[in-house]
Design a protein. Structure first.
Length: 301
C-alpha cells in the first residue's frame, strides 16, 4: 500500500532456503516491492550463500534477524541470542556483503537478559558496524530469552526510545531505524526527528489501512489516498494471480482482516472474511461478495 516504504518478509531461515522449496519461500510479486528478505541464521558461510540466492531473486535488501527471542529460534542459534556474540554477527554480515551488492542490515533489540547496559548495546552495534553494516533497525525493548513468550517479549519489557536515540546520537554515521510501539503515522513523524527511519510491525498488521497515508504524509506523494474499498478491490486480482494450487485463500486474507478496523461494520467484515477463507472451496472471486455486503444496510448501520 506504499510505493516508497520497504516491505519486510517474515523471517526465513538459512536451512529452509538451502534445503526447502525456494520458489515457495522466496517468490514474490513485483507489486510488493521494494522488498526486504529477513534471514535467520548464524553460520557466515550459509548466510553468504543464502544472501546470493536472495539477491538473484530480485530482493532489494537483506536483513539479519538478531531480535527474535523464541525458544525455537534460540535452539537454532539465531535471533536475539546472537546479541551475546557481536563478533559472530559481524562475521555473518561481512560474509553476506561479500556476496551481494544490495544493502545488508541488522534488526536487533536494545539488550538481552542481564546484558542490557547501554555500553553492551553500543559495543554490539560498533562491532557489527565494523563487519560492514551501516543500518540497524532497533526494537527499543530488551528481550528475556527465558521466562517470557515471544508475545510477552513484544509487550512486557518497557520501551526505551532514549536508548535507541542515544545510539543514533553517539554513532551519527549509522542509519538507525526505530521499531516498537509505534501505532500511528503521526507518531512516526515525531520519531523521525531523532531517527533515520521507523518500522511499523503489529500496528500495520492489526490496522493495515494506516499504511495508505504513508506516501502522502512522509514522502509528499500527491496521489489521492485510496479508500478501503479500493484497497480491497485491488487485492482480489493480486490474489488471483498469486494463488497457486494447494494454497488456501486464508493465507492471503488473514492479512486483510483489519482493513476496516474501527469502521462501522468492521467486526462483521472481519467475521465474514474469516468464515469465507476457511471454506475449502473458497476462491478469490468470492471476495467480491464480501465487498458487496459492505454496502448492505444491515451491515453498515
Amino acid at each position: 500500500m506504499s510505493k516508497h516504504a520497504l516491505l519486510y518478509t517474515e523471517m526465513v531461515t538459512t536451512g529452509a532456503i538451502l534445503h526447502g522449496d525456494q520458489d515457495r519461500l522466496l517468490g514474490f510479486d513485483p507489486s510488493e516491492g521494494p522488498i526486504v528478505m529477513q534471514l535467520g541464521g548464524s553460520d557466515p558461510e550459509d548466510l553468504g550463500l543464502c544472501a546470493s540466492i536472495v539477491a538473484n531473486r530480485g530482493y532489494d535488501q537483506i536483513n539479519l534477524n538478531v531480535g527474535c527471542p523464541s525458544d525455537r529460534v534460540q535452539k537454532g542459534r539465531f535471533g536475539a541470542c546472537l546479541m551475546a556474540e557481536p563478533q559472530l554477527v559481524a562475521d555473518c554480515v561481512a560474509s553476506m556483503k561479500s556476496r551481494v551488492e544490495i544493502p545488508v542490515t541488522v534488526k536487533t533489540r536494545i539488550g538481552i537478559d542481564d546484558r542490557d547496559s547501554y555500553e553492551a548495546l553500543a559495543h554490539f552495534v560498533s562491532t557489527v558496524a565494523e563487519g560492514g553494516c551501516d543500518t540497524f533497525i532497533i526494537h527499543a525493548r530488551k528481550a528475556w530469552l527465558s521466562g517470557l513468550s515471544p508475545k510477552q517479549n513484544r509487550e512486557v519489557p518497557p520501551l526505551r526510545y532514549d536508548i535507541a536515540a542515544r545510539i543514533k546520537q553517539d554513532l551519527p554515521h549509522l542509519i538507525v531505524v526505530l521499531n516498537g510501539g509505534i501505532e500511528t503515522i503521526q507518531q512516526a513523524v515525531e520519531h523521525l526527528e531523532h531517527f533515520s527511519g521507523v518500522m511499523l510491525g503489529r500496528a500495520a498488521y492489526h490496522n493495515p489501512y494506516l499504511l495508505a497515508e504513508v506516501d502522502q504524509t512522509l514522502y509528499g506523494d500527491l496521489h489521492p489516498i485510496p479508500t478501503r474499498e479500493e484497497v480491497f478491490s485491488a487485492m482480489i486480482p493480486y490474489i488471483e494471480k498469486a494463488m497457486k494450487p494447494g494454497m488456501s485463500l486464508h493465507g492471503f486474507t488473514r492479512h486483510m482482516l483489519g482493513l476496516f478496523h474501527g469502521q462501522p461494520g468492521g467486526r462483521i467484515f472481519r467475521r465474514s472474511l474469516g468464515e469465507l477463507a476457511t471454506r475449502k472451496e473458497a476462491n478469490p472471486n468470492d471476495l467480491w461478495d464480501i465487498l458487496r455486503d459492505r454496502h448492505s444496510p444491515s451491515v453498515i448501520v
